[in-house]
Design a protein. Structure first.
Length: 101
């Protein structure tokens, strides 16, 4: 998994490439814990994410909770069909702002 970050005018953009599973999700969790102080919103770009497991979903849930507690929006963009199917089956489409690829 590769994580690419960009922070601009309060908006934190994190692009994830590869697989988000039990082996790689701790890396994303650590990245999210380093939240910039001037943060106004978070966008997760899943355009190059080809697999997500329950461990990856857990990290997404933690990010959602973190952002909701701070009153800041979170959005998931460029979600591919296979990843969207997992998000749909698990009900994440009902609790996250998701844009398909």
């Amino acid at each position: 998994m590769t994580i690419t970050q960009n922070f601009n005018d309060g908006q934190w953009n994190i692009a994830i490439e590869g697989r988000l599973d039990a082996n790689t999700s701790p890396e994303l969790e650590e990245t999210l814990k380093a939240e910039p102080q001037e943060l106004t919103g978070l966008t997760l770009d899943f355009g190059e994410l080809n697999y997500i497991s329950s461990a990856g979903l857990r990290v997404m849930l933690l990010a959602l909770k973190q952002m909701n507690m701070a009153g800041k929006p979170i959005k998931v963009v460029n979600v591919t069909d296979p990843v969207f199917e997992v998000l749909e089956l698990t009900g994440f489409v009902d609790i996250l702002d998701i844009e398909r690829a």
